[in-house]
Ligand binder design. Structure first.
Ligand SMILES: *Cc1c(COP(=O)(O)O)cnc(C)c1O
Length: 382
């Protein structure tokens, strides 16, 4: 079986030695020494000054929205994981979707201005698949209209934009360290900001708003993370360069092997050191994508329609019709990508896909026995 992703796991002995130290100290959570060590090592690794380790990537978004005191409408992308726009609604804001760029799959800055109203307080954009948004254009718009900017950088561990960590952009950036992300702490996330007041505020907010044992400075929540998760992060951080290298090699292998596939790939930002977080394939048509997915599933190879459906199609999220996003969401498929995949796995995956396409081309003139129903299910298994 080849899943779309596999969490990286360190040697169990390495994790055990951290667990032993936790037993010795009997300090399990609440800003313990391993949490501190992880925060420090992450700052060193990423070359950044500030970061707060929090319980997950969704909490990171909620803390960011709350700390910036966002209200009213927030302009956001329909092409992201559901947590991006859910957090806005959860925090009492109204997501206003702006369509994406058809080549980068990130929010299209040319369409942002027409969506701004007197109620707009911020822009929440996702750097999709670890490929940064048009940060300069977004920053320019935010300045002109006095809007705050949050970047959901959940896919961006290790990504650099203009030679610095992409986490340093926006009023606040957030990330996720969930087990499915390329660097993970099982569950976890972080917020990043260059502003000392926001940092202080979020540090207090993640710990119930405590300001000393009997004092509360503001409305807080439980956004902390614990020693066990930090231990996993410390183990995984030692391997991160190897993980990133492996993903780069696998991605290049895919690109070469799939050069004749009727599909395209995201246009990567020119000022980028990329982390190869995912391997998305944008098929020219949905039917070919569905047939490839089905053929791979028959061989127990599982891809993921990531992101599908468009968030702007969800009834609880202020729906709107976003033609570019819906067209991309229908045709995109993320192929398996993780550190233990081998070149022969990739040979198998890519051969199956090309065989489906070639079979399709041979049969183009004949009435097709393979029909795809409206709901996306294949009528005839083959
Ligand atoms: C994973 C992810 C999140 C949520 O992170 P969790 O740690 O699972 O809460 C948010 N946004 C995007 C784009 C993600 O991929």
């Amino acid at each position: 079986m080849i899943p779309v992703t596999k969490p990286f796991l360190p040697k169990i002995q390495e994790f055990e030695s951290y667990v032993n130290s936790i037993w010795e100290r009997q300090w399990l959570t609440n800003n313990g020494p391993l949490v501190n060590e992880l925060e420090l090592k992450l700052k060193n690794y990423l070359g950044i000054k500030h970061l707060l380790y929090v319980s997950n990537g969704t909490m990171a978004l909620q803390l960011a929205i709350n700390a910036l005191e966002l209200k009213g409408e927030v302009i956001t992308t329909p092409f992201s994981f559901v947590a991006t726009s859910n957090s806005l609604v959860w925090e009492g804001c109204k997501p206003v979707f702006v369509d994406i760029d058809g080549e980068t799959f990130n929010i299209d800055p040319k369409k942002i201005e027409e969506a701004i109203t007197p109620q707009t307080s911020a822009i929440l954009a996702t750097h999709v698949y670890g490929n940064p948004c048009d940060i300069d254009a977004i920053q320019g718009i935010a300045q002109r209209y006095s809007l705050k900017v949050i970047y959901d950088a959940a896919h961006c561990f290790g990504t650099k934009y203009k030679n610095k960590s992409v986490f340093e952009y926006g009023d606040i950036s957030t990330t996720s360290f969930h087990a499915t992300k390329l660097f993970h702490t099982i569950e976890g996330g972080a917020v990043f900001t260059q502003c000392p007041e926001l940092l202080k505020k979020m540090a207090s907010m993640r710990n119930f708003g405590h300001n000393g044992p009997d004092e509360f400075s503001e409305l807080g929540i439980n956004g902390k993370n614990c020693e066990f998760h930090a231990a996993m992060g410390l183990c995984n951080l030692k391997q991160i360069d190897e993980i990133l290298d492996k993903r780069r090699l696998l991605s290049f292998y895919y690109w070469r092997a799939l050069s004749t596939l009727k599909a395209t790939y995201p246009k990567l930002n020119a000022d980028l050191d990329y982390n190869y977080a995912y391997f998305p394939v944008l098929f020219d048509d949905e039917q070919l994508m569905l047939k490839c997915m089905k053929a791979l599933e028959n061989e127990k190879i599982y891809c993921r329609r990531y992101f599908y459906p468009a968030l702007s199609a969800l009834p609880f999220l202020n729906p709107a019709f976003m033609p570019v996003c819906e067209s991309v969401a229908k045709r995109i498929l993320c192929l398996p990508l993780y550190h233990t995949l081998t070149s022969s796995d990739l040979d198998l995956i890519t051969r199956i896909m090309l065989r489906v396409q070639n079979y399709d081309m041979q049969n183009e003139m004949l009435p097709s026995s393979l029909t795809v129903k409206q709901n996306g299910q294949l009528d005839t298994a083959y």
